[in-house]
Design a protein around this ligand. Structure first.
Ligand SMILES: Nc1ncnc2c1ncn2[C@@H]1O[C@H](COP(=O)(O)OP(=O)(O)O)[C@@H](O)[C@H]1O
Ligand SMILES: [Mg+2]
Length: 249
C-alpha cells in the first residue's frame, strides 16, 4: 500500500455489527470502513444483507451488537436525522421520493433541510446528475432511472461527507450508468466517502478503489478490484455464478 493510500481519512468505521430477524442472522459481526476520496464497493448476492447494513449505517435499523463510527462520532444510538446532520446521505433501493412533487421540488426539500444556507440550487444539483429537461415534471411520471438520479441530487443537497448508494444503476441505461460512474468518481475526488451497493459488476470493478464482499451476512473478502476478481472464495460465492454460461445450469 502506498503512503498516499495509508494516510486516507476514514469517514465511516463499522465494527462487529450483528442483526438478526426472528432468530435468523442477517448480519454477523460485520466490520467495514470507508475512506474519504475513495469509492468503496459492497457486493454480494441477493439477501446477503447489503441493504440491512445500509439501514444500520443510516440509523433505520438498530443492530443487536456492534458500533457505527461516523467521522469522529459514535452514532450507533443516534437517529437518522442526527446522522444526516453529521453529513450522511443515502439513496434507496426502493425509491423514496415525494411522488406528487416535481423533481425540482424534491431536491428543494433536501436543500431546505440543510442548516447552513449555501449557494446550491435545485437546478444546479439536477444538472449535476444529468437531469436537464425534466426538472418540473412530477417524479411519479419519470422513468425509474431518472427518478434514481433525482434521489441522488436530493442526497447531494446536504453536501454529504459520506454517501450510501443502494443499487443506483438499476433502471439506468448504459449511457446513464457510464455518466453515473463518472459522477461517483467526482464525488470521491471532492474528498467525500462513497459506499456503493451495485449488481453491475463491470461498473463496480471499474470505479471502486476497494470492494467488500458480503455473503450470508458475513464479509468474506475485501480488496482492490483486481484482488476481488482473482479471489477464489469470491468467485465461488458470487462472481462465478454470474460468469456461468446459461446453458450450464
Ligand atoms: N425487516 C426485515 N424483517 C425480516 N427479515 C428481513 C428484513 N429485512 C431484511 N430481511 C432479511 O435479511 C436478509 C438480508 O436482506 P437484505 O439486507 O435486504 O439483503 P440484500 O440487500 O443484500 O439483498 C434477507 O434474508 C432478508 O429476507
Ligand atoms: Mg438490497
Amino acid at each position: 500500500m502506498s503512503l498516499a493510500e495509508s494516510t486516507l481519512e476514514t469517514v465511516l468505521s463499522i465494527s462487529d455489527v450483528s442483526v438478526t430477524f426472528g432468530g435468523v442472522a442477517a448480519l454477523n459481526s460485520v466490520a467495514l470502513d470507508v475512506c474519504r476520496g475513495e469509492v468503496t464497493g459492497l457486493i454480494g448476492p441477493n439477501g446477503a444483507g447489503k441493504t440491512t447494513l445500509f439501514n444500520v449505517i443510516s440509523g433505520l435499523q438498530e443492530p443487536d451488537r456492534g458500533t457505527v463510527l461516523l467521522k469522529s462520532t459514535y452514532v450507533t444510538k443516534l437517529g437518522p436525522h442526527r446522522r444526516a446532520r453529521l453529513g450522511l446521505a443515502r439513496t434507496f433501493q426502493r425509491l423514496e421520493l415525494f411522488g406528487s412533487m416535481s423533481a425540482r421540488e424534491n431536491v428543494q426539500v433536501g436543500i431546505d433541510a440543510r442548516r447552513e444556507i449555501g449557494d446550491l440550487t435545485a437546478q444546479g444539483l439536477l444538472h449535476r446528475v444529468g437531469i436537464t429537461s425534466d426538472a418540473d415534471r412530477q417524479v411519479s411520471t419519470l422513468p425509474t432511472g431518472e427518478a434514481r438520479l433525482v434521489e441522488l441530487a436530493r442526497a447531494l443537497a446536504i453536501d454529504p461527507a459520506l454517501i450510501l448508494l443502494d443499487e443506483p444503476c438499476s433502471g439506468l441505461d448504459d449511457n446513464e450508468t457510464q455518466l453515473l460512474g463518472e459522477l461517483l468518481r467526482e464525488l470521491a475526488n471532492e474528498q467525500r466517502g462513497v459506499l456503493l451497493v451495485e449488481h453491475d459488476m463491470e461498473l463496480v470493478l471499474r470505479i471502486c478503489d476497494r470492494i467488500f464482499v458480503l455473503d450470508f451476512g458475513e464479509i468474506i473478502a475485501v480488496g482492490t478490484p483486481q484482488e476481488i476478481r482473482e479471489n477464489p472464495v469470491v468467485q465461488a460465492a458470487y462472481l462465478g455464478t454470474i460468469a456461468e454460461p446459461e446453458d450450464d445450469a
